[in-house]
Design a protein around this ligand. Structure first.
Ligand code: SAH
Length: 468
């Protein structure tokens, strides 16, 4: 290691910045974020920097640098664009054993600023030892996206319990295993979900007993329409800590492969007409597994609360007092529309959009057709393939024009995506001559016509032979 990472307590400590420009301002931002009292010596000063100096309780010296200014200072930063001045500051500071940083001159530094991920009180510092600050910043942005914003809140909550845990467990090993057990349980997720009160109550009750609650947790996770890149960070994080995952046919293989490798997989939904686990049994299974102390991920296609029966699944969990969370996902309508180049609303063509189910009960579909034919709206039918002919017929019968554009999106957002377009009059016939693979979505309305201009996906893929 060329530099040892240390965290410096600077609260109310006098620090000197030599230089008054944009670079000095960046450093002043960091120093004042840590509570330092920042003074600046420079012939000119940036306005924002002047404000920071004032609010931190420091002084602005409008003069050239001289070593007299190092008196009483505990840390020095040189941020001028003059190498000779920067070198003098470095030499003078080091002669007085003061920690000194010279911006962009590692050889003149006794300490360097790392790239910082600030989840205060949790702080992650990344450094390349001055070899490649850009590389350090790249790594920082990767870490930024994988460390939830609420980690800081988690750290501060845990900090509040440190002394209580110390008092409860004398042995350091016992303390460590308590914290590990706690962090593997639902506490962290509760904080991330904004339920600090519940997390706090849980820590208190954990402290009062020797063992954990024994209760697991259920995560109802929206897996999006197919493309694994459309998963949310939260979905991925929970999938990677699952002990068991329940999924159904809408969840594509590449997404399942992102679940923790050792997790048990249970398929609860097979293709149409084949046997599938009845809904009450799924609900009961979630409860049973959670009571065994497992972290259960219930993976659902799209969004769990849009034609996903998510509400039914959590009802029983709530009754049984099992902790659960619902993670939204990108619903098929959004995914298919975006990947097919069909905006669901448009100022000229559609001021509203309706999500409907075309699922047929006894061959009929009880929808308010009269409302659906009004102009200026886009209709999206989920589960509409079987009823395509009936849907087009009903819309025409109730007055929507025969030439109203309609698109059928097959396996949207996946590599098998195909889009067939036509009109209410032509699409049923066109589709009947094709082999269509489920799942499919129907989009009805003028916005479908925009697809030619807007679909980069189709432009990349080239024209599909079946395309109309
Ligand atoms: N909760 C899901 C919808 C479940 S209902 C969501 O929010 O997307 C199942 C229906 O969703 C399917 O019959 C089909 O109409 C639609 N669907 C889901 N994924 C799809 C995809 N990748 N392409 C086209 N339609 C899809």
């Amino acid at each position: 290691m060329e530099f040892l990472p240390l965290f410096f307590q600077l609260n109310n400590r006098p620090c000197l910045l030599v230089g008054g420009g944009a670079i000095a301002l960046r450093k002043a931002n960091l120093l004042t974020a840590a509570g330092a009292q920042v003074s600046v010596v420079s012939l000119t000063i940036d306005d924002q920097l002047q404000d920071l100096v004032d609010s931190s309780g420091g002084q602005y010296y409008c003069q050239a640098y001289s070593d007299a200014q190092l008196l009483g200072v505990e840390l020095v930063v040189a941020a001028t664009d003059d190498l000779a001045t920067n070198t003098r500051v470095s030499v003078d500071a080091q002669a007085r054993q003061l920690p000194v940083n010279v911006v962009d001159q590692p050889a003149l530094c006794s300490f360097i600023f790392p790239a910082i991920i600030d989840r205060s009180p949790l702080v992650v510092a990344v450094s390349s030892g001055g070899h490649s600050p850009v590389l350090a910043r790249l790594l920082r942005s990767k870490l930024e996206s994988s460390i939830p914003a609420a980690y800081g809140q988690l750290a501060s909550l845990l900090g509040e319990f440190r002394s209580a845990v110390k008092a409860r467990f004398e042995d350091i090993e016992d303390r460590r295993s308590f914290w590990e057990r706690l962090l593997e349980g639902p506490v962290a997720e509760m904080v991330f979900a904004g339920r600090r009160d519940r997390a706090e109550a849980l820590i208190v009750s954990e402290l009062e007993r020797d063992q954990g609650t024994g209760l697991g947790e259920v995560y109802l996770v929206g897996a999006g329409p197919g493309d694994p890149d459309l998963l949310t960070f939260k979905a991925l994080r929970l999938m990677q800590k699952a002990d068991v995952v329940l999924y159904d046919r809408l969840v594509a293989e590449p997404i399942l492969n992102m679940v923790r490798r050792d997790a048990e997989r249970i398929n609860v939904g097979k293709a149409r007409a084949e046997h599938r686990v009845p809904q009450p049994d799924i609900n009961a299974l979630l409860v049973t597994l959670a009571k065994q102390g497992k972290k259960v991920v219930r993976l659902k296609g799209g969004d769990p609360f849009i034609f996903g029966r998510g509400g039914e699944e959590i009802e029983l969990l709530a009754q049984e007092g099992i902790p659960f969370q619902v993670v939204p996902g990108i619903t098929a309508a959004s995914g298919c529309a975006a990947y097919a180049g069909i905006p669901l609303t448009h100022r000229d063509y559609a001021q509203s959009v309706r999500f409907l189910t075309g699922h047929l009960k006894d061959g009929s579909c009880d929808l308010p057709w009269q409302e659906l034919v009004a102009a200026g709206q886009t209709l999206v039918f989920y589960m509409g393939l079987m009823g395509l002919e009936m849907i087009c017929g009903k819309l025409r019968e109730h007055g929507r024009g025969d030439d109203t554009p309609i698109a059928l999106v097959q396996q949207g957002t996946t590599i098998n995506q195909r889009v067939l377009t036509g009109t209410l009059a032509t699409l049923p016939g066109l589709v009947s001559r094709q082999k269509i693979l489920p799942p499919t979505l129907l989009i009805v309305g003028e916005v479908v016509n925009l697809r030619r201009q807007l679909s980069w996906y189709e432009q990349l893929a080239g024209s599909d032979g079946a395309e109309q």
